[in-house]
Design a protein around this ligand. Structure first.
Ligand SMILES: Nc1ncnc2c1ncn2[C@@H]1O[C@H](COP(=O)(O)OP(=O)(O)OP(=O)(O)O)[C@@H](O)[C@H]1O
Length: 353
């Protein structure tokens, strides 16, 4: 097993080993002994509350921030003392700061010119990248005359032009409206796939992270709380912190005995193999099923929120904390309705302490 882990780590394009960054003595570190590997061509999105260390993580990898302890490796080489411009990483930050006095082509070619690429190579690359980001033939347009989404695409083309071995994005779509962000996320995945780009991105927006990433990493106070595919993390949040961060609030104290658990909501079924004993349990809203008022746990509907594809209900049982349930639009009961609730074992998750 250890041998396998070593092999995987050696193949990593980026590896952080025990990286710690401390801004002030006596304060908790911004990064606390972080270990993280990113494989070649993998898209990893880092999520977490404000102040959890996401930007610091990017800055350490870029060489914009020194680590107080630990090491950063790119393609197996220790980057200690290697300046940002020699790391071969591309950066695209939220305020993408295009050069207003240069046209689109001049912006995209910027990094190539800095690297002394011949004019013909610059022109060919600019043409290819503008095609790829959906702005064919935009070379001579003024950046000030572009929409926010178009500027974002130019910034992306500019970051990709020098073919960085690792592209880092900090809130890349932060200022755009939701519809545009959703479209651009799909395009970003396609562009990265076509170019084989390895990506480490930071975002506040869960939807964006889950749509873009092969793997999401959730940060909590300078540490990695969970790392996994979007599906793994969404279906099986590891801890109460991750569950609540993702917006899951049906969390209670429980005692597991065999195939069920005693909870403030009564006996709940638990997945096979759940160890006996005291724990915290999450019931994903999809696992809270409405039945008739005479069956299951009696509850009153206290709120209904329309979510586009479904309705979220807040249910108040006679005893115990409120419950959130998700149900189809056409099945949603009225506010104040009396309903019964049954629980699905496959949506019950035992949280780590
Ligand atoms: N230059 C600095 N000097 C002192 N403290 C800093 C500095 N940069 C960051 N910090 C602190 O380090 C911690 C992590 O900050 P960081 O910017 O990495 O968080 P973040 O997760 O990116 O937050 P946000 O989502 O708000 O951008 C915070 O407590 C922050 O106040």
């Amino acid at each position: 097993m250890a041998e396998h882990a070593d092999t995987v780590a050696d193949k990593a394009l980026l590896r952080l080993e025990d990286v710690t960054v401390r801004f002030r003595d006596g304060q908790p570190p911004a990064l606390d002994a972080v270990d993280l590997s990113v494989a070649a061509q993998e898209i990893v999105c880092v999520l977490g509350p404000s102040g959890s260390g996401k930007s610091t993580l990017l800055r350490v990898v870029a060489g914009l921030q020194a680590a107080d302890a630990g090491r950063v490796f790119l393609e197996g080489r220790d980057q200690s003392g290697v300046p940002t411009h020699r790391r071969g990483v591309g950066l695209m930050f939220q305020d993408h700061q295009l050069f207003p006095q240069r046209d689109v082509g001049g912006n995209v070619a910027f990094g190539l010119r800095m690297h002394g690429a011949p004019r013909a190579v610059q022109d060919r690359t600019v043409t290819e990248l503008l095609d790829l980001v959906g702005l064919p033939g935009a070379q001579r347009r003024a950046v000030a005359a572009l929409s926010g989404g178009e500027q974002q695409r130019v910034a992306l083309a500019r970051a990709l032009a020098p073919r960085p071995r690792l592209l880092m994005l900090d809130e890349p779509l932060g200022q755009l409206d939701r519809g545009l962000r959703e479209r651009l996320v799909v395009e970003l995945r396609r562009v990265f796939g076509e170019l084989g780009t390895t990506v480490l991105a930071v975002t506040h927006d869960q939807g964006e992270a889950f749509a873009l990433a092969d793997r999401v990493v959730i940060m909590q106070e300078g540490r990695i709380a969970q790392s996994g595919t979007p599906l793994e993390v969404w279906q099986r949040p590891a801890t109460e912190f991750v569950a609540r961060f993702l917006g899951f609030d049906n969390v209670v104290t429980a005692t597991v005995r065999g195939e069920s658990a005693d909870t403030p909501w009564g006996k709940l079924p638990v997945p096979e193999g759940t160890p006996d004993g005291a724990c915290r349990l999450l019931v994903r809203p999809a696992g809270v099923r409405l039945t008739s008022a005479t069956q299951g746990l009696p509850c009153t509907v206290t709120a209904r929120t329309f979510r586009g594809t479904h309705v979220t209900l807040l249910l108040q049982p006679e005893d115990g904390p409120q419950l959130e349930a998700a149900c189809a639009l056409r099945d949603a009961p009225e506010d104040g309705a009396r309903v019964g609730v049954a629980f699905l074992a496959e949506e019950v998750v035992v949280l780590e302490r």
